[in-house]
Design a protein. Structure first.
Length: 319
């Protein structure tokens, strides 16, 4: 009897080994539209892996380059969500790893298991003017592109970023739209401020910020603040707890914007519609320090929400 059981087990094991491996469907659009993951991979893009160095060194896609979102951000812990002020220095660094504005770049990360790091790096590249940037989960890329022989990355000449300022918003402007009131004019000395003390209230407001070609008054009526932290974080602290904040605040966790392969999730459009967020809205995206909010801004832009912008300073700067 024991011999028969062992024979059946051996036959089962042999049969399992002979099964054809499951084929991964690679014709799925990598972003909304017609560009597929298969086509992107066939063009030998520059591969960035944003996982921690320890994980990267354990195993990574051949030819991938390990970067961290912090590499491109300010070192001061109070402003760590904000990009370095010298964007040309970032561009020079990118040129040394084969990236310029015309490069095709795939950013690999942990997807929904991470904290949006690949979306943050993708957003950073877009701010600098890199036109084609895509995100994927590390394991999905291995399935889609099993080739071991990737060409070596070649340096690119130094290039000057063509900055897309519409992808990010300063603290002062974020605050102005959140409070829906113009920031007061700042003066260089107390004496000048005192001398102008008789001017009527409101006369010193400005300069008025503008978003997406709209003046302040027209834009503020379209603004919605999208908090993409977890519901638990939102419950503990959020902008609705500040009475002076007049803009509507909506919570929708960042993971909803990506599928299991790290690609943009079109199903989230239904959730946005249910929360009265259409493509006509100006969406100010916020998280703790601009990582998850950058990932969501990247996803929103890919889905056609062209008036979405990342507040990179996040709650850390708001505090």
């Amino acid at each position: 009897m024991r011999a028969l059981v062992l024979l059946i087990a051996a036959v089962t094991l042999f049969t399992a080994c002979q099964q054809t491996p499951t084929k991964v469907v690679s014709q799925e659009p990598i972003i909304p539209g017609t560009i597929t993951a298969e086509k992107v991979m066939a063009d030998n893009p520059v591969i960035l892996d944003v996982r921690a160095p320890f994980e990267f060194n354990l195993a990574h896609v051949p030819g991938a380059i390990n970067v961290r979102w912090e590499d491109f951000s300010q070192q001061d812990p109070r402003y760590r969500g904000s990009l370095q002020t010298d964007l040309f220095a970032i561009a020079r660094r990118l040129s040394l790893i084969g990236i310029d504005m015309d490069s095709k770049v795939v950013v690999l990360g942990k997807g929904r298991q991470g904290n949006g790091e690949e979306g943050r790096v993708a957003w950073t590249l877009q701010v600098l003017g890199v036109k084609e940037v895509y995100t994927l989960v590390n394991t999905s890329y291995r399935q889609l592109n099993p080739k071991e022989d990737r060409p070596d990355v070649k340096n690119k000449p130094y290039w000057k970023p063509v900055v897309d300022e519409s992808l990010t918003i300063s603290f002062d402007n974020f605050k102005a739209y959140a409070l829906q009131q113009l920031p007061p004019m700042k003066f260089s000395s107390k004496a000048r401020t005192k001398a102008l003390g008789g001017i009527p209230p409101g006369a010193l407001d400005g300069p008025a910020p503008s978003l997406f070609g709209m003046n302040f008054n027209d834009a503020k009526g379209k603004v919605v603040i999208l908090d993409v932290r977890s519901p638990q974080e939102f419950g503990i602290q959020n902008l609705t707890q500040h009475k002076e904040v007049k803009a509507p605040v909506v919570n929708l966790e960042w993971r909803e914007f990506f599928n299991d392969k790290g690609m943009t999730n079109r199903e989230v459009e239904k959730l946005l519609t249910n929360k009265n967020i259409g493509k006509d809205k100006i969406i100010l995206v916020i998280s703790n320090h601009g990582v998850r909010s950058a990932a969501v801004t990247y996803a929103l832009r890919a889905m056609g929400y062209r008036q979405s912008v990342n507040f990179a300073g996040g709650y850390e700067q708001w505090k």
